[in-house]
Design a protein around this ligand. Sequence first.
Ligand code: NIG
Ligand code: FE
Length: 411
Amino acid sequence: MRTLVKNIKELVGVETSPKQRKEGREMSVLETVKDAYLVIEDGKVRAFGEMKDLKEESADCVVDATGRLVFPSFCDSHTHLVYANSREHEFVDKIRGLSYEEIAKRGGGILNSAKATAAASENELYDMAQRRLEEVMRLGTGAIEIKSGYGLSTESELKLLRVIRRLKENSPLTIKSNFLGAHGIPMEYRGHQEDYVDLVINEMIPKVAAEGLADFIDVFCDQGFFTVEDTARILEAGIKYGMKPKIHANEMAVSGGVQVGVKYGAISVDHLEQMGDAEIECLKGTETMPTILPGCAFFLNLPLSPARRMIDAGLPVAMASDYNPGTSPSGNMQLILSMACIRYRLTPEEAFNATTLNTAYAMGVSDQLGSMAVGKKANFYITKPIPSYEYMPYAYGENKVERVFLNGKEV
Ligand code: NIG
Ligand code: FE
């Protein structure tokens, strides 16, 4: 099956010599081809170039993209989109003055979602998650990482991970699963949370591994949640079972999360609202992708992660949605792209790299996704008629995506 997309006003995010990720100054490099064509064969990018050089127009399917731009799909490397209930009542509590941590201390927050998730069946959770996945796919996301973490018991965590496995089997999106048993401390473990950590290590991890349910292992390493010691123990246990660390760090406080993540070779450390110089230094020269979650900082009114400082210090930066019911009830990566520019002062070029190639790296798929390069998976979208690529982050709140192609097929 061969598809030709022709008359593309601008094909954005192409790579002639593909990189696994972009860091520092490289983040401002965004290759494009104006008045372009794109050839897809068997689900992969076969060729692209300028229309004037197009030799052969024969294809099973020809798409005319006159006036439209083509982009590689967004990769969303941090979501919690399998959950049962929305939490708008807590949203109102926050407006009235309660903090996220205060709500959590009272048994709200993550525990509120865990209660609703425990009561829901696997089929119900699947249907809800499937609808959310469909919605983000229409907005331009082509690959996504999904965490468990609203179970907090062995049975419920396995239920969530089985839902993610079914999504992987049935969805055209590329999906990676992340076991986040250490997301919150259940009420009955308050005051002796090391017993909950033992449960995660001795019971949950072996069962999750036995069913092959998780690509990654995550811990919410932060003030009021799991300590650096808890995190180290859990990551060590996960690594033994072949799960790669990818953790929540430094949302509430300078928690030591960045350092413990780097120590255990985390593929990414995420949130990073609280970053000192030591954290930036510690990330230099490592394999770990610093990942910022602009939707969460927006929704909770948190201080902004110092993205500009990190890039200027030569680090790579990725930006993901954190789609979840408590701190970021949206998986719209077009909005994340706008926030990257407006709130974090990334240039549009840096923002595209932060939400495509670098997030692909942060979920371990940048050899197949995150840019338009020959041999990569053909996951891309065609915009509505728009004037330029800068219009994408500029026109926040508007859906600019018209047609979506995943694995070379229109969905
Ligand atoms: O990434 N910070 C920890 N976990 C989620 C929020 C979970 C929730 O409040 O339901 C996050 O923001
Ligand atoms: Fe999160």
